[in-house]
Every structure is written in structure tokens, then in C-alpha cells.
Design a protein around this ligand. Sequence first.
Ligand code: NAD
Length: 302
Amino acid sequence: MTDSAVVASPAAHVAELIDGKAMAATIRGELRATVQTMLVNGTRPGLAVALIGEDPASAVYVGGKIKACKEIGIQSIEARLPATTTTAEVLALIDTWNADDSVDGILVQLPLPRGLDTQAIVARISPEKDVDGFGADNLGRLAQGKPRLVACTPWGVMEMLKRWGQPHGWTPAGKRAVVIGRSITVGRPMALLLLGADATVTICHSRTADLESAVRQAELVVAAAGQRHLVKGEWIQEGTVVIDVGIHRGEDGKLTGDVDFAPASQRARAITPVPGGVGPMTIAMLMANTVSACRQRRGLGV
Ligand code: NAD
């Protein structure tokens, strides 16, 4: 059964579905219009993507990113390198892209094959071209409350909350928000963004003693732990907004999230499905970051 089928079932209370797929399509349309205008003025944003090794999930993610570039009018450059590539070789490639004026954004698809120095590779990307927002400069700016390029997944979550929340009169301001996960790529920047939006933020992680009671207090839950169905439906307070970042592929090939969707959707005010929730938003925000990096680098205003 898909998530959307569960939402349509005739139970007592059923959460509103926050449709990330539709929102992402809208954002891509908006970006396409922006890029069309930029093209008229002779500017085409460019994104360079490195895919290293044979991880099938990474290949799928990179494929989706290249496809989105084509749809929007962003020039994409793709480097597919074998798992035997050395850190020095990846650093040399990044140096080339850092120096290439037609490249506005640089993305190295993570996770990298074992043996490669992820930290050194991420740190080598010029902060102006760091469209994943994982580098110290961009994370530091976010921590200072002056974000420039923000990690795509948490930024996508903020955009979903904004686009769903505005017509419902809902904002994160003043809400008790629980972020589950503290990774550099999702949990940590997510918490900083919510803090910047005036939520009262609790960050839970693998050493949190009582996750259940934290979630029971929450008016907003963002689950990014990478543990299938970690968040039980009965933990969700009525009226809570639930954002599920987790992605797990079952043996049957079906995708599920960190939240036990069916029971949670009987209690939540609104919930994101997996698939069709946060995932498409991540790609849309990567495109937005690339356009924004281009405008900033070329002095076109943000
Ligand atoms: P990660 O493994 O780097 O971090 C997981 C975090 O969750 C850690 O901080 C850990 O402390 C915490 N955690 C683990 N078990 C926990 C538990 N039992 N209770 C509380 N906290 C716990 O993972 P990540 O890269 O942050 O990704 C998290 C999930 O989000 C994964 O399922 C990943 O596939 C998914 N993801 C989805 C998208 C998307 O576009 N939808 C993007 C990135 C990641």
C-alpha cells in the first residue's frame, strides 16, 4: 500500500498530505522561468557533478539531478569516476571546476567509496560554488543566522513548511520542534534553520535517552535518523506537523521512511509521504542553490 492510499482511507482523523512532489514541480517551474530570463541576458547557470564508484542509489540520485538541470535550463557537467580514484585526483578535479567560470555549482555525490577523504574533498569546494552547503563557510554562515548556500534537504523542508503553512496560517515560530538526527547534511542545519524561524528546537540523536517523550511534546517533528519506522504513530500529538526525511528501500523495492506513516497519519495535522515528500524537494533546492550561486557570483542580485 502506498502512503497516499493510507491517507485516503476512511479513518476517524486523517492528516493532510504535504505533497513534496507537486511543490517541487512548482519550484522547478519557477526556476525555469528565472533561467529563461537569465538566458536572454546571456547567462546560463552551470552545475558540475562528480559521481565516484558504483553505488546504485548514488547513480539514481545523480541521474535525477542531471534530469532536473535539463528541465530547468541549467548546464550540467558530469564526471563519473571509478571507485579506485584517489583523493588527490578528486581534489584536482575540484580545483579545475573551482577555476572554471562556467561552473557555478559543484557537487560531489556522497557517500564516497571507502578510502576517500570526504572531509578534505568537501572542504576543497569553493564556498561560492558549494551548492550542497556542507562546507564550513556555508554552515558557519547558517550558524551565524546569515545563510548563503544552505544544505538542500533541510532547506527543502523549510520551503515545504512555508508553502504548506502559509495558506493554513501555520508557521514554525514559537512551535516546539523536535529534529531527530544531528548529521552535518540534514539534522544540524535543519535545527539551525528552525531556530532561525523562531521555533523552540530540541535536537535528538542516537544517544538521546527518551526519544518518545521528546516527540510526544512536539508540535513539529522532523525525522532524519535513517531508522525505518523509528517514530511510532502513538507518539504523535494531535495537530502535530510531521516531516519524514528518512528513505529506506525494502526487499520488495518499496520506499518507506523514519515515521510509521499509517498510524502517524491518523493523529498528525499534516504529514509528508515517502516517497513523494522531502526527496523531490531536495533536488528542487539544489537547482535553486545553483541558480542562486550563479546570480551571486555574477553580480545579478539574489
Ligand atoms: P546519518 O546516518 O548521517 O545521521 C543519522 C542521525 O540520526 C545521527 O545524527 C544519529 O545520531 C541519529 N540517530 C540514529 N539512530 C537514532 C535513534 N535511534 N534515535 C535518535 N536518533 C538517531 O544520516 P543522514 O545523512 O542525516 O540521513 C538520515 C536519513 O535521511 C537517511 O534515511 C537518509 O537516507 C535520509 N535522507 C534523505 C534525503 C532526502 O532527500 N529525502 C536526503 C538526505 C538524507
